[in-house]
Design a binder for this molecule. Structure first.
Ligand code: ATP
Ligand code: MG
Length: 229
């Protein structure tokens, strides 16, 4: 299946167990997110939130059940089509040892330097536009950047991807409250018509979600709107 997705997301009886683990990290998860809808995943540490997200990007495949995008099983999607369809801000920022430009280019190879500058401005990374600018060397794992700068950069990359499905794993972790609010507003503005899965352990941003799922021990134990929960 080779199109870019519209963005409907379905989990049908999905279980996943890490190699050598004694318990399922995800256990019979059923979930449906209509294209363009936004859900938040909440739950205490280790309950399976990141695992759920990583199954969508096919880091691993579940042992039981099926994950579908636009009603087509992930296993039938071409890898390149999936890549175009999904943008991720992962919990651990992955910046490679290269220039700022190359780290942005991997998100969108057809974007121009002007596009990069615009998005860096949007996420509040103007400071990185001073000499040497896009030629700046970021070092191993981005060690020449602060934690907050790395976060912002990973968000910049997700915005550049401009994909119909946006997966956010604690995207504002480590940012101060005011910055967090600004960045979330930016992301949600960008994601107006996109499908969003938003993992958070904070309460901020939840009113913008269509649905909230509470997870525990690999299961979704409660699901509803911001008002009903
Ligand atoms: P947090 O809020 O701390 O990020 P989480 O809800 O994202 O937690 P997961 O990372 O999905 O939780 O982990 C679910 C379970 O799977 C945990 O018990 C965790 O220890 C285990 N786990 C996670 N990643 C791996 C891995 N790569 N190999 C083995 N076990 C893992
Ligand atoms: Mg996690």
């Amino acid at each position: 299946y080779a199109n870019v997705a519209k963005g409907k997301l379905t989990f049908s009886g999905v279980s996943y167990r890490y190699h050598g683990a004694e318990q399922d990290a995800l256990s019979d998860v059923n979930l449906e997110v209509a294209a363009g809808k936004k859900i938040a995943l909440l739950g205490r540490t280790g309950c399976g939130k990141s695992t759920l997200l990583q199954l969508i990007t096919r880091n691993w495949d579940p042992q039981r059940g099926t994950i579908l995008i636009d009603d087509v099983s992930l296993t039938e999607w071409q890898e390149s089509a999936l890549r175009k369809s999904i943008a991720v801000v992962s919990q651990r920022v992955d910046i490679f040892n290269g220039t700022l430009r190359n780290n942005l280019k991997m998100a969108n190879s057809s974007a121009s330097d002007d596009d990069f500058k615009e998005v860096l401005n949007q996420v509040g990374l103007q400071v990185l536009l001073e000499e040497p600018g896009l030629d700046m060397w970021l070092g191993d794992g981005g060690r020449l950047l602060s934690g907050g700068e790395k976060r912002r950069l990973s968000i910049a990359r997700a915005l550049l991807r401009n994909a119909p499905v946006l997966l956010l794993d604690e995207p504002t972790e480590g940012l101060d409250a005011r910055t967090e609010q600004q960045i979330l507003s930016l992301i949600l503005e960008h994601a107006k018509n996109k499908t969003v899965v938003f993992i958070t352990h904070r309460l901020i941003g939840l009113t913008d979600m269509d649905e909230i799922c509470l997870m525990d021990e690999g299961r979704i134990i409660e699901q509803g709107s911001h008002q009903t929960l």
